[in-house]
Design a protein around this ligand. Structure first.
Ligand SMILES: [Zn+2]
Length: 82
């Protein structure tokens, strides 16, 4: 199962699991999407804390950690470009 996406910057095909294009280094995930995903995850975590659904909080916690990694990758990429 080979799923690929097309980089909107250089137009080359990239494996879907890449966060950044290996050809041009552009982010394959729009920044607005990342911040709204983080906001959404935070809101859901608050809701789940109130409903004490601990196992789902664990899942969301891991997703947040993944998002934080992507955000720090983005930050370091921007530093490199400056
Ligand atoms: Zn590219």
């Amino acid at each position: 199962m080979d799923s690929v996406i097309v980089c909107r910057d250089c137009g080359k095909t990239v494996e879907r699991n890449f966060n950044f294009c290996p050809w041009c280094g552009c982010s394959l995930m729009p920044e607005e999407d990342i911040s709204s995903a983080v906001q959404d995850a935070c809101l859901r975590m608050d809701e789940l804390r109130r409903s004490r659904n601990v196992s789902r909080i664990d899942v969301l916690d891991r997703k947040l950690i993944d998002l934080e990694k992507i955000l720090s990758q983005l930050a370091s990429l921007q530093t490199l470009h400056n």
